[in-house]
Every structure is written in C-alpha cells, then in structure tokens.
Unconditional design. Structure first.
Lengths: 732, 151
C-alpha cells in the first residue's frame, strides 16, 4: 500500500476540481486542489504538509522556480501563529531579488531533512528561534540561488557574471541591455555549482526585510480552508478518543466495557499502560464511548498531593541548599552587616498551555513506513520520537506538519502521537486520535510551579547594594527525561541570573524540585515566573528607597537595549503624568529569548477588590525587524497570554488530580477584558537577532503587579489575582 | 435519518439525532472549517449560523436544527468566491495568528453585524469567543472596518 494523502470532505470534493500536482516519494499520488473562481491568491497552501520528494524545478533545496516565474520558498519552521511562515520566506526573498507578489511558501520536509543530511537545519520551532537562529542560513540560501541564476544568465550571454545584476526576478546585462527572467534561466541555474558562495547582505542593504508585509497564511485562515492536524482525514481512517489516568504517574487497573456493548460505531476499546482509548467511526461516537466506560485506575503516590501541600513544598525548598547560578561580590556578607534588609517571598502555581486546538495526531502505520499528520513545534524531534515508538528507521517516518492551532510550548513534546501509534498498532488501521479539552488540560505538561525568596540591602544612595535570590522551581529537563547538569537548569534562573542591573553584590541560586505533575516550556519559559518575581521585587526596592520605579531601573542599566526600551516606555506611557485616585502605573523590563522587552501597565482598583487592566504599553528591542506587523501582533499576543495567567491562571490539585479541565474553570481573557495595547519597536541593530514569539509575555505580570501597588499600596506576591483579596493584604 | 441544510446544500445523514452539529459537520459532511475547542459551548471555535444566529455547534444536537438554514465558514463568502465583508476586513487587518479560532470569530462577528450594522465597542465586548493568540485588538478593529465597508 502506498502513501496516503489526506482527502477532503465530500462537500469540498463536489465544489473543487482535483488536479494531480506531483508524485510523492513513495510513488503515490499527491493531490492538490484547483480553486475555480479564485477570489484571491493563496501564497500558502491550505494543506501545509510538505512535499517529501525532490522537485524538478529546484534551484536548491530551499527555492523552486517555475517557468511562469512563480517562486516557491521552503519554510523550515512550523507556523503556529508566530509568523515564521511569512518571516522565513521574506529573509530568503530579500537575497533573491524577486517580486514578492510571485512568492509562494511551502513548508520544508522533515523527512527530507533526515534523508539529506540536515539540509533544512533546525526544524524545531521552539525557544523563539524561528528567525533568531535561522536568518543567516536563510539569507545564504537566497543569495546562493541568486548567484547561480546570475551565472546561468551570464553563461547564456557568454559574459562575466560580475557584469550582470539580479533585479526584480530577472538577470540584467546592462552593458548590452539584455534581460533574462528567473523562469528562463532556472533550469540552467539548478545545474550550476559556484566556486564560492556569495556574501549575504548587511542590514543596511535590506529592501524587503523590515517592511510590514501581509502574512502569507491569512487568506486560508479566513475561509476555513487552512488544515490543522485535527482536520486530517485519510482513507480507511477510524477515530479515537482517550482518557489518561487523572493522577499523573498512575496506571490503568481495569475497564468495564459493558457500557459500549451494542453502541453504534464502536470499533474497539484499546487499553494502554496509563490510558484507555475508544476507537469508533466518528469522533463524537468515540468520545461518547469513552464516557460510557467504567475505568478503574491505580492512582499511585501522586494521589497524596494537593495544592496546599505543593505550595508548602516549594516554600520549604527555598530553605534547602541552592546551586549557584551567579555571584557578583558578596551578597550574603553585605546582608549580614546591613542595618535594614528588605525581604519578600513570591509564588506562582502550575499553568496549562491550553492552545485552542486540542492535541491530536493522525497516524498511518505500515510495515516499512509511518505517516503522521499533526501540528508539531518539533518536527525533527517528533520524527525521532515516531521512529522510536514505531520501531522504524527515522528515514521511514513522515511527519506531515499542519498549521498549529496554537503551540506556546505544548506542541514541542508530542505525547498524543505516541498514543496514536500505540492505538494504530493495536487496531491495524489508520487512526485519528483527538484529545478532548479535558484530556488536553489533564495531559498537559505544565509551566512549573515556583517560589522565590529575595533579600536585599540598599546603599546610602538608596540604590541596591546587595540582592540575594533563591529560587525553587520544577525541572523541565527531569520531566523530559533529560539530565539536570550540575543540579540546575538554565531556564530555572532565566530572567534573574541574566539581570542587567548594576548591583555590586548579587547572588542567584536555585533548587530544582518536581511534583508528580509533568512540566514543560511555557511561553517565555523561566521569564514567565522569574520576571514576575524579580521585577516586582525591584519595584519593592524602588519604593523602599523612595525612588521613581522607572528612574530607579534607568539608573541601574547602561546597556543600549535596556536604555532604549525604558526611555521609549517613559515617553509613550506618559510615565510622569499623574493618574486619578484608584489608578496606577507599573513598569517592568527584562531580557527574554534574546530580546529586551518592557511593559508599562495601567490598572484601576476599587474598594471591592476588583482589578481592571486598562492599558499596556509595550516596547521591544529585538535588534533587527523582519516584519514589524508580525512583531506587533506577537507583542499583543504575548500580553494577552500573560494577562490570562495573571488574572486567572492556576492548576489547582486535589488528591493529585488537576481540577481545571476546561475553559469554564480555566478561565482566560476574552474580548471584554482585553485592554488597550500599544507596541513600540526600538531595534538597536548589531550582530544579534532577537526572538519575538515569547518575550511579550515576560513583563506583563510584574508590570500589572507594580501598577496595582501604585494604585493601592498593596503588594501582590502570588498569582493569579483571582485568589488575591487586596483588602486583606497589608499596606506597605 | 437527519436532514441538514448546510450552506444551501441538503444532506440526508444516517446519524443519531443527539449527535452535536459540530461532529456532523466535521466528520460526516467533511466541513472542517468549523473547529472543536472545548465541547461545552465555552470557547466559540465551533460557531456557525443557524437561521442567521451565531450558534455553538458543539452543544446543539442535529435533531434540533434539522431543516434549518445552517451556514458555516465555508459558506460565508458569496458563490463567486467574493469574501464576506467580515472576511475581507480580517484580511485587511491581518487578524489571524494561529487561525484556529478565527472561523468561529468571523462567524460571531458576521452575526453581530447582521443584528447591529454599526456595533459599539460594548457590543463587540459581547462576543465571548476565546482566542489564545490574543488577536482581540485586531478583531475589534476588523469589526469596525467591516461595519464601515458594509454601510
């Protein structure tokens, strides 16, 4: 049996005409759709999975040019809303000197990457790396293709390549007024080997990079065409629903299947070590079948924990020996001598990622081949994971990455695919496994719970003389089965250990402590808790010194990026103007995922303990701007994501079971609560390119907490705010 | 047998009357533009129009909408492919990020504009569809833009 391509629904088939676009690597037909009466262009296909075969019109693995001048650029990274699907091709096109209107994007094949010695480099879309670590080789791919197109035209004219230039999709020989389009020389160019790779442009030469180009994926995301993993359908496919043990670490004891006996459409009840799946001929029937089972679990030791016990665990861990992450001067010594020590303990709970698209995977397992249709942030690691789970070789595994219905870190570890492979093995058919929202919340790998203890002493000038930070936090490495080198992982102290503030005696230590819950990367990672802790405490120090919180920070930095962000916030937030009683303004700045970001929040508090966030002013220095529109959108996105966590985010635990299993209890921000958000880009240039997908979340919590203090005199030291009664907090 | 009229086309489906409309659309008819997000009418990713009214299809049994006019995101544009003003506004404002909730957001906005051609910000706040990418600011802007272009 050959390679299955997803098929569309009946309705689509009746409206659209099938056309054959190519032959897949396995010899099967790859199907595409023609759209009669096309109302607008679709520069990215609604079905984003890559072509795994080598196409005949490739200039190199990254660029395809058709005789009709259409240029297809391969996108190495996943598109989960962060904009790599537009930003990556912009970088290639910058060097290619072509007409942006003729560009099509196509996602690069993870399987080909494995077969062809890592030709697409890093396809794991994590750590805000989509542009920050790929710009150089994307530029090089474009420059290399341009060089070969020029050489091909020069050969045709029998002139030196140095006499020719590339411009707007064509090669020109100005001396003889001759011109060949890329489409005319593409076939020749694909055979050319250059003696030396052309140099890439420097930022001052950019023409396309920096422009607010419309996103390439918008057209297919406004009419229902865009295919997410959950929309996959392959011939002969059945549907599965799953429930894992409500206590993480527990196992399945037994299943009473009498409830599904005689129910329509049920194919099989599949028992896994720690979960039960029901396979049926429709997603709803599978979910209903699951509900009809009586499942008995062995809960295991995790069942002995609850929220209060877990909170105490992290508080207690603060008193354990710390692993040193940074030491400047002698903070402990200075604090021992200080006449006044400012102290505070901060805490945050576990958080779910809750992407809009619940996790899912569609798997077709054959003797010598595994095909998976899903949305993954980590196509390459997922491919390896698929090889392990199926017992096949990596080159036999095909990950057909779809549009991701949100990632935020959750889709970097694909438990759903491993489950789907186990189910497919059991039933011997292609299967789509869809997690319910409840399973998505229960089966999440959460943002770690954490606590921090600070001690500080101010100098005679009111500026910090010594700051000591002790952190207790869940280890992501341990949850992923990776070692924790030297007892402390980088993300545990990120946001504090890399503090830019000039504090002569500065100590940061951490201790890793895990509960039975699994933890993982969550948008802005260490910054999501540490920036709240640290930037709130810095605010406490400013107030203890009687200094303006913005000026206090400004006086402690000399880095151009931090100064630029603080000064932009000062200007755009009208920091110096007074707000009416009951309102307050708070600032926070941080370095996160390679960029420097800051937020000024404006809040209103009332005497009924209600808090409303009115306005967020965000400034970011990511050094180089590929697409300002996408960066602004990412800052807004990060702000709303952070705001949901500040107001409501919490996984509470009873008898080891997470309680918030859907959006009724895991509340998130909706339109009515979305504040005004203003975004300002202050790129300072230089050698480094910053990340943009995550940093927007990092400073939201502290800016809001600091604004609450300015409005009320009450210091919020734990989140979420839904649990905080301002009237019951001591005034400072 | 349940007869559903979706985007002007009639589907006679041999399915249970209690099957939620969402799953009949997605798994039986093959219209996957309408999304599953929560299953309990909280998030709105599954929003469609039933006789013009925004409806959370995950929580509506097909028996209750048999014979009614159901419109999904696939049927919002006109037959010649011309985008609905809300879709056009979404393109102009580059609203979507991950895009998963946007079918529901667009359907909710289109229903609002049908009812209130010039919605206020307070009217727009009445849309409770969740977007985890936080595109709310752009959604608001796009709804105002669509109202202007419609008028």
């Amino acid at each position: 049996m050959g390679h299955l391509e997803p098929v569309s629904g009946e309705d689509s088939l009746s409206r659209r005409k099938f056309i054959v676009t190519g032959i897949s690597a396995a010899g099967g037909l790859a199907l595409g759709f023609a759209f009669p009466g096309l109302a607008f262009a679709r520069p990215l296909s609604s079905a984003p999975w890559s072509n795994d075969a080598v196409a005949t019109n490739e200039i190199n693995a990254w660029i395809l040019i058709d005789p009709d001048e259409t240029i297809t650029i391969r996108i190495p990274h996943a598109e989960m809303g962060q904009g790599a699907g537009t930003a990556n091709p912009m970088i290639v096109a910058e060097e290619l000197e072509c007409d942006w209107a003729k560009i099509k994007g196509e996602f690069a094949s993870p399987n080909r990457n494995v077969r062809e010695n890592n030709v697409y480099k890093d396809q794991n879309t994590v750590g805000s790396r989509g542009v920050a670590t790929s710009w150089q080789y994307l530029q090089q791919a474009g420059a290399s293709a341009r060089g070969r197109l020029i050489q091909a035209a020069a050969n045709r004219w029998n002139v030196a390549a140095t006499e020719c230039v590339a411009e707007n999709g064509a090669v020109l020989h100005k001396a003889s007024n001759r011109r060949l389009t890329y489409g005319q020389v593409a076939a020749d160019a694909s055979k050319i080997k250059l003696d030396k790779e052309p140099a890439i442009k420097s930022p001052d030469q950019f023409k396309l990079i920096g422009k607010p180009m419309p996103r390439l994926d918008t057209p297919v995301k406004v009419n229902g065409e865009a295919k997410f993993g959950i929309d996959s359908k392959v011939p002969g496919m059945v549907y599965a629903a799953i429930e894992s043990c409500p206590v993480v670490g527990g196992t399945l004891a037994s299943v009473d299947e009498s409830g599904v006996a005689g129910k329509r459409g049920i194919v099989k009840v599949v028992k896994l070590k720690d979960a039960v799946a029901v396979v049926a001929d429709n997603t709803w029937r599978a979910m209903e079948g699951l509900n009809a089972l009586k499942i008995t679990w062995n809960y295991g030791p995790g069942a002995n924990s609850d929220s209060a016990q877990m909170k105490q665990l992290y508080r207690d861990t603060l008193n354990e020996p710390m692993v040193q992450a940074r030491k400047d001067g002698d903070a402990a010594g200075v604090l021992a001598q200080a006449s006044r020590v400012v102290e505070a303990v901060y805490e945050v709970p576990h958080l779910a990622h809750a992407p809009m698209e619940p996790l899912n995977a569609t798997v077709h397992l054959q003797a010598d081949r595994l095909d998976v249709w899903m949305g993954t942030q980590s196509a390459l690691s997922t491919l390896q994971q698929g090889a392990e789970a199926s017992g096949l070789k990596p080159e036999q595994v095909y990950i057909h990455n779809a549009y991701l219905g949100g990632g935020f870190g959750r889709r970097s570890k694909n438990d759903e695919m491993v489950q789907a492979i186990a189910i497919a093995k059991d039933i011997g058919k292609p299967v789509k496994l869809t997690w319910s929202r409840e399973q998505d919340m229960r089966g999440d790998r959460y943002r770690p719970q954490a606590a921090a203890k600070f001690r500080a002493a101010l100098g005679p000038d009111g500026m910090p003389l010594a700051v000591e930070t002790k952190l207790a936090v869940g280890s992501i490495n341990r949850s992923l089965g990776r070692p924790v080198d030297n007892g402390l992982e980088g993300q545990a102290v990120d946001g504090i250990a890399n503090s830019p503030y000039k504090i002569p005696n500065f100590y940061v230590g951490g201790a890793m402590k895990n509960t039975h819950l699994l933890v993982n990367f969550w948008r802005s990672v260490g910054g999501s808790q540490n920036c709240f802790f640290y930037e709130s405490f810095i605010d406490e120090l400013a107030h203890a010194a009687g200094k303006d919180p913005l000026e206090f920070r400004r006086a402690m930095v000399d880095r151009v990026d931090f100064v630029g962000v603080i000064e932009k916030l000062n200007e755009k937030s009208n920091w110096k103007t007074k707000l009416p009683k009951g309102q307050g303004r708070g600032i926070a700045v941080a370095e996160n995922h390679g960029s420097v970001v800051g937020t000024v929040a404006e809040v209103t508090v009332n005497d009924r303990d209600q808090i409303r966030v009115d306005r967020l002013v965000v400034a970011v220095d990511c050094y180089h701007v590929v697409n300002p529109k996408i960066i602004e959108a990412q800052m807004e996105s990060g702000a709303i994501y952070g705001l949901s966590a500040v107001l409501y985010g919490e996984m509470s635990v009873k008898a080891g079971q997470v309680q918030e299993l859907n959006f009724d209890t895991y509340r998130v921000v909706r339109q009515a609560e979305a504040p005004k958000i203003e975004v300002y880009l202050v790129p300072s240039g230089g050698a480094k390119w910053g990340g943009i997908g995550e940093c927007g979340t990092a400073t939201i919590a502290p800016a809001i907490a600091n604004a609450i203090f300015a409005a009320s005199g009450k210091r919020v030291r734990e989140l979420p705010l839904k649990n905080v009664k301002l009237s019951q907090l001591a005034s400072i | 047998m349940v007869t559903l009229k979706v985007n002007g086309k009639t589907h006679a489906l041999d399915i249970e009357g209690e099957m939620p409309l969402l799953w009949a659309l997605r798994d039986e008819i093959g219209l996957t533009g309408t999304k599953f997000g929560c299953g309990i009418a909280q998030c709105g990713a599954c929003t469609v129009h039933v006789d013009g009214v925004a409806t959370r299809s995950c929580s509506v049994p097909v028996a209750s909408v048999a014979g009614k006019n159901i419109t999904t995101i696939e049927g919002l544009a006109s037959a010649d492919g011309k985008l609905h003003p809300v879709q056009a506004a979404w393109v102009a404002e580059d609203v979507p990020q991950c895009g998963y909730c946007q079918s529901g957001q667009i359907m909710a906005a289109a229903a609002l504009l049908r009812e209130k051609p010039n919605p206020t910000d307070a009217d727009i706040n009445g849309i409770t569809n969740i977007c985890r990418c936080g595109t709310y600011i752009r959604i608001r802007r796009a709804i105002h833009r669509a109202a202007t272009t419609k008028a």
